[in-house]
Design a binder for this molecule. Structure first.
Ligand code: CP
Length: 310
């Protein structure tokens, strides 16, 4: 039985296969409409979510399966003090696969160690968000045609943003990637990540102003300031509008630069940018459904040799 806790749980070759399958699904979703007939996905979300939970549910429904679950800790027996270990043992009696989001780093890993079914980390605290990373990689691969040889700027809350941590973790396995970290000093990328980049000989820069670097980027990955991870509201209010991407700033960027964002957006991308063809964050959300369909099939062992044949 296989779980997904971290993007590195899949090799580069396995990810290629997963993305091939996701592309085949996107080209002909009807072909996969009954792959999960009789299977059930549990979504156990101890933290709020729109995209991750609903895209998992949409993915399972589009595969012909059923869904059950809870969307907040307060409506589960966690409110009475039940541990994730006990919860997953029980969920294993009700479902075939589980996507779990939890505010505590490592909680889905604890669940996986006691689980009778595959567990997918749907975001654990400020740590990892591997299925967002799969979504991001698929978007880049589909729209840039490659997963390597580009400069990516990651902008915003690089301290608490788990999507950023997960994406960097995954991208360091590809050739020719240069990272530009764009953040206020208080929200800079953690040292454990820059230490890893130095050890691996991967080029990176840290800057404060978006305008200084935007012209060098193939991909701009915007993120919101993670209010829920701040210790005090005053700091959040001071930093929340540090970056606002506008059409004026986009004029400094290349014509073929892509703007990604895991969403939800707060103020960091002005809505006027949505009409720019470089803004692909809503397409990215659509890719998230296809890649989660491919992931569910893979973890349930339901992929056949003909599934990636157009
Ligand atoms: N990108 C993402 O994780 O969004 P949600 O918090 O809405 O799931």
């Amino acid at each position: 039985m296989r779980h997904l806790m971290n993007p590195l749980d899949f090799s580069v070759e396995e990810l290629d296969k997963l993305f091939d399958l996701a592309e085949s699904i996107s080209a002909d979703p009807a072909k996969y409409a009954h792959v999960c007939d009789g299977k059930t996905l549990a979504t156990c979300f101890y933290e709020p979510s729109t995209r991750t939970r609903l895209s998992f549910e949409s993915a399972m429904i589009h595969l012909g399966g059923q869904v059950l679950g809870f969307s907040e800790a307060s409506s589960s027996s966690a409110a009475k003090g039940e541990s994730v270990s006990d919860t997953i043992r029980v969920i294993s009696c009700y479902a075939d696969i589980c996507a779990m989001r939890h505010p505590k780093e490592g909680a889905p890993m604890v669940a996986a160690s006691k689980s009778g079914i595959p567990v997918i980390n749907a975001g654990d605290g400020g740590h990892q968000h591997p299925t967002q990373t799969l979504t991001d990689l698929m978007t880049i691969r589909a729209l840039k045609g490659r997963l390597g040889n580009f400069t990516i700027g990651l902008c915003g809350d690089l301290k608490f943003g788990r999507t950023v941590h997960s994406l960097i973790n995954a991208l360091i396995r590809y050739e020719g990637i240069k990272f530009i970290f764009i953040s206020p000093p208080e929200l800079r990328i953690p040292d454990y990540i820059t230490d890893k980049l130095i050890e691996s000989g991967i080029e990176y820069e840290e800057v404060i102003k978006l305008e200084v670097s935007i012209g060098d980027l193939d991909i701009l990955y915007m993120t919101r300031v993670q209010r829920e991870r701040f210790f005090n509201e005053e700091d959040y209010v001071r930093l929340k509008d540090f970056y606002i991407l506008t059409n004026e700033k986009l004029q400094l960027a290349r014509e073929d630069m892509l703007v990604l964002h895991p969403l939800p957006r707060v103020n960091e991308i002005s809505v006027e940018v949505d009409d720019d063809p470089r803004a692909v964050y809503f397409k990215q959300a659509q890719y998230g459904v296809y890649v989660r369909m491919a992931l569910i099939m893979t973890l349930l062992g339901l992929v056949s040799d003909t599934d990636t044949t157009p």
